[in-house]
Design a protein around this ligand. Structure first.
Ligand SMILES: Cc1ncc(C[n+]2csc(CCOP(=O)(O)OP(=O)(O)O)c2C)c(N)n1
Ligand SMILES: [Mg+2]
Length: 397
């Protein structure tokens, strides 16, 4: 799906829901809910839903846009699986899989407008894809042959951040800058989104970011993917209240969305971003989801969670429900699904070939991009390291 502005409406009124075409659409649920959902795990459409603060969420995509979202979900899952396989074959040092979190990432990633800036963690490969960045970029990072490679300003997608929660402070500062530059207050204003996990909510940095963004009314959406674990630590070790309710204590709205529902995630994120760009300050989205795989390829989740829990979440799979919806509404047929699978397979093969062809960098190049104009200290370190490498007899380096 092209990045842009698919006709989605999020309304603050309690307007009567419009009827939607086709069968299989549940009548609107005007009742307020703690979990915003527009697509059930069985693929049934809910026409509109009212969040805890009275905001009504609905989406109004074209048939092509619905199919585009499905394609995005399948592609990012396939590319992610290819990266995991490459790590297992020794071609990457590590990989942090997004398996299970595709809808949270594609829904929020597609909700961004071109001018919006995103600050990711290390798992947002799906958002990176939506921003139009070559999906090989994070593989270079995890292969250890470069330090990222994309231009954050060009793509409005900052570098991956491994330090848990640190990017929420970077995003807060950036968002305060957006306000100071006078770029909020209109429909084409700028908004910022910061991604982080459930575990990150226990970090001081994240709580400081909440305070600063609140008191400075920063145009920032805090997007927490609650995938139920921080490595091996379950959610109950981070909080005794639903995470989205934390926002109230900092003075801004919080909402919990079904993070396995790409439509609801889109609607909620678009609404929060638009509020931010209009100058209405920050908000927190808790995307309720599940990390279906290991924390990273270095982790063995069978040591700390039971198979039945994983099976229960399998029934809520984000791609299966979108496929069921397209099928139920007769928006796609078998040839479409086969064509998407074939595209995903081809792109994965292409990704693999390009990863294997990545040149190993000369070790000294690690000093190249530390500062834009270098520094005397760095020059001294480079010279010392060069001498060290030369001390190995017969070394080509
Ligand atoms: C400041 C800091 N402390 C600890 C770590 C080690 N660490 C890496 S990932 C992780 C868990 C993060 O969990 P969560 O925020 O839920 O994100 P998820 O990995 O589940 O997406 C920890 C503790 C780190 N990278 N940075
Ligand atoms: Mg987590």
């Amino acid at each position: 799906m092209a990045q842009g502005d698919p006709g989605v409406t999020t309304r603050s009124t309690r307007a009567a829901p419009r009827s939607r075409k086709g069968g299989g659409t549940k009548k609107a649920t005007p009742a307020q809910t703690d979990l915003v959902q527009l697509l059930t795990p069985e693929g049934e459409r809910i026409d509109a839903v009212t969040g805890p603060d009275g905001t009504e969420y609905r989406v109004d995509f074209t048939d092509d846009e619905y199919r585009g979202l499905y394609r995005d979900l399948v592609l990012v899952r396939k590319l992610d699986a290819e990266a995991t396989a490459l790590q297992r074959q020794g071609e990457l040092g590590l990989w942090a899989s997004l398996l299970g979190q595709e809808a949270a990432q594609v829904g929020s990633g597609r909700a961004l407008r071109t001018q919006d800036m995103a600050f990711p963690t290390y798992r947002e490969h799906g958002v990176l894809y939506c921003r139009g960045i070559d999906p090989i970029m994070p593989l270079g990072l995890f292969r250890g042959v470069d330090q990222g490679g994309w231009d954050p300003n060009e793509f409005k997608f900052n570098m991956y951040t491994i330090v848990i929660g640190a990017q929420t402070l970077h995003a807060t500062g950036y968002a305060m800058g957006v306000t100071m530059d006078g770029k909020t207050g209109s429909d084409d204003g700028e908004a910022v989104i910061a991604y982080f996990g459930d575990g990150a909510t226990s970090q001081g940095d994240v709580n400081e970011a909440f305070v600063w963004s609140s008191v400075f009314n920063a145009p920032l959406v805090f997007f927490c993917q609650n995938n139920q674990y921080a490595i091996s630590e379950p959610l109950e070790r981070q909080t005794r209240v639903p995470l989205y309710q934390r926002a109230a204590g900092f003075g801004f709205p919080g909402v919990r969305v079904d993070g396995n529902d790409v439509l609801a995630t889109y609607a909620v994120t678009r609404h929060a971003l638009d509020n931010a760009r209009l100058g209405q300050g920050p908000s927190l989205i808790e995307a309720y989801t599940y990390r279906m795989g290991a924390h990273t390829t270095s982790d063995d989740p069978t040591r700390y969670r039971i198979a039945s829990e994983v099976e229960a979440w399998q029934a809520k799979d984000p791609i299966a429900r979108m496929k069921a919806f397209l099928d139920r509404q007769q928006l796609a047929d078998e040839s479409f699904f086969a064509e998407v699978d074939e595209q995903a397979r081809t792109e994965a093969v292409h990704l693999r070939e390009r990863v294997l062809a990545m040149p190993d960098p000369e070790p000294v190049t690690m000093f190249d991009h530390v500062y834009p104009h270098g520094s005397p200290e760095l020059d001294a370190q480079r010279a010392q390291f060069t001498k060290y490498l030369e001390s190995f007899e017969g070394s080509a380096h």
